[in-house]
Design a binder for this molecule. Structure first.
Ligand code: SAH
Ligand code: F3S
Length: 487
């Protein structure tokens, strides 16, 4: 058995986080131990994101910094995995001569064999299929799909027993081809996994102590699996995952407004485990911009969905994504995004400055003509509008008791513990230690608690708030309740 170390750094979306977890599991069974020290590791993998240029620059900078320890580690294997690998393998090898392999997101099941090949002296290995098939025909299905599926099926959370939250892939790829977005080119065609496999994986995660599952897909609500002439849609899938014993919360990201149907809102209302939270990226508040983006819905339709969500699902919280400075975005069109933000009462927004991706329709046909200073200003303006809304809404929650799934110590508490350990003191619980968790509506809550509260559902009485976090204290009886439930 191999006794080597692997350093794996993950950039980008939840899909990458899940892919990294699965890669680590595969490597662990082959004798690799994870390490946090990049320069000491025998195997370095960077799981990359291509959605914006900034993410790619960051990956190059990490890879570049590896050069300084090349001499100490001549046998080290360096791999680039994820969307950037799929997008520009030649560019990676040209710029980073010390990279041994690149492997696209749909090819990760090949990774252990590729690493072995490099160890045997081969270099510059490439595993990509999505790109090739996309070049031939946008909807072509990869003949290797069964192997891709095998990657998810190989999941074995054994070493992660006790992890309370997990991601679960229900869909791969995307067929929407929004004009700004690189994802259909890097992650390939949209494919929904069979519901039986998804439920089986949920059951296995629950058996290992998982309480909250987040179903993942690029357009997760468009999920549809056909079997023997019968179609299982996303609302049906929610109902099936809901039956898995031990799972207490179900979330899903990311939804595509153009395909959202009322049965999903009804499922959210009727299935108690499905959390009242919806991430529904709008991208712009201007119909003209949405058209240039080829988003296939209007601002009016989006607002109807928001109204239906609030009507059908009591206490639902909504989050969205905006892109500012998309090709040709005028001041007036940007103002419409501000207007929509004021109107929709989002819990939070993710706001991105448009970043040109050359293979996309916008990259090929539309000039990237909004200056960077204007993008920056619009980004700040929109975030400021939302910050005021979030602060007001969060402060209005004071006095409420909410259910929190406790995730970990807060960052501040972890830092204090690290400092204490480095002074050589024993770790001990202090009354002031803050824990952090999330409400069903995905709000972050910080409160003083004990280590044994981590991984539990707690009732917290909210006291204060900022725009980003809620603060509170354990509601009386919460701990007894948690214990009672376990017995
Ligand atoms: N449906 C996917 C979208 C992936 S990209 C999901 O799971 O979230 C995530 C977000 O990045 C998009 O919603 C969009 O707001 C932003 N984005 C995508 N391409 C971009 C680009 N070229 N420039 C700036 N932001 C972009
Ligand atoms: Fe990208 Fe649009 Fe799909 S944002 S992931 S092409 S829905």
């Amino acid at each position: 058995m191999n006794h080597k170390t692997v350093y794996l750094e993950t950039m980008g979306c939840q899909m990458n986080v899940l892919d990294s977890e699965l890669v680590l599991e595969q490597l662990r069974t082959r004798g690799y131990a994870p390490t946090g020290e990049m320069h000491e590791a025998d195997l370095v993998l960077i799981n990359t994101c291509s959605v914006r240029a900034h993410a790619e620059d960051k990956a190059f900078s990490r890879l570049g910094s590896l050069k300084k320890s090349i001499r100490n580690k001549p046998d080290r294997v360096v791999g680039v995995i994820g969307c950037m690998a799929e997008r520009d393998p030649d560019g990676i090898f040209q710029k980073m001569k010390h990279v041994d392999l690149v492997c696209g997101p749909a090819e990760l099941y090949k990774l252990p064999a590729m690493i072995e090949e490099v160890r045997q002296g081969h270099r510059h290995l490439v595993a990509l299929t999505v790109n090739k098939s996309r070049r031939n025909s946008p909807l072509e299905r990869s003949t290797e799909y069964d192997s891709v599926e095998a990657f998810d099926l190989s999941r074995d959370p054994g070493s992660d027993a006790g992890v309370v939250q997990s991601y679960l892939r229900v869909q791969r790829g995307c067929d929407k081809f929004c004009t700004f977005c690189v994802v259909p080119f890097t992650r390939g065609p949209e494919r929904s996994r069979p519901p039986g496999q998804i439920v089986g994986e949920a059951r296995m995660l629950a058996d290992h102590g998982c309480k909250e599952i987040t179903l993942l897909g690029q357009t997760v609500n468009s999920y549809v699996n056909q079997n023997n002439g019968r179609a299982v849609h996303f609302a049906d899938l929610l109902a099936r995952v809901h039956e898995v014993e031990g799972i207490e919360r179900i979330r899903f990201v990311t939804s595509y407004p153009g395909d959202f149907t009322s049965d999903i809102f009804q499922a959210m209302r009727d299935l108690p485990k499905v959390c009242e939270y919806l991430h529904l990226p709008v991208q712009s508040g201007s119909n003209a911009v949405l058209k240039r983006m080829r988003r296939q819905y209007t601002v009016e339709r989006f607002c109807e969905l928001v109204a239906e969500a609030r009507e059908t699902v009591p206490d639902i919280t909504l989050a969205t994504d905006f892109i500012v400075g998309f090709c040709g975005e005028t001041e007036q069109e940007f103002e419409e995004s501000c207007e929509l933000t004021r109107r929709c009462d989002f819990k939070n927004i993710f706001c991105f400055k448009y970043s040109e991706r050359l293979e996309t329709v916008a990259g090929k046909r539309f000039p990237d003509d909004v200056p960077i200073e204007v993008k920056r200003r619009r980004n700040n303006t929109l975030l400021k509008i939302q910050e005021e809304i979030s602060l007001r809404n969060n402060q209005a929650l004071a006095g409420r008791i909410v259910e929190v799934l406790v995730e970990s110590y807060s960052k501040a508490a972890l830092k204090a513990q690290e400092a204490e350990q480095s002074r050589g003191s024993e770790l001990s619980w202090r009354r002031s230690d803050q824990l952090v968790g999330r409400t069903r509506g995905d709000q972050i809550v910080v409160f003083p608690g004990r280590p044994e509260d981590i991984g539990r559902l707690a009732k917290v009485r909210l006291t204060e708030a900022t725009a980003l976090t809620l603060q509170g204290c354990l509601a009386r009886g919460s701990r007894q309740q948690a214990r009672g439930k376990r017995q």
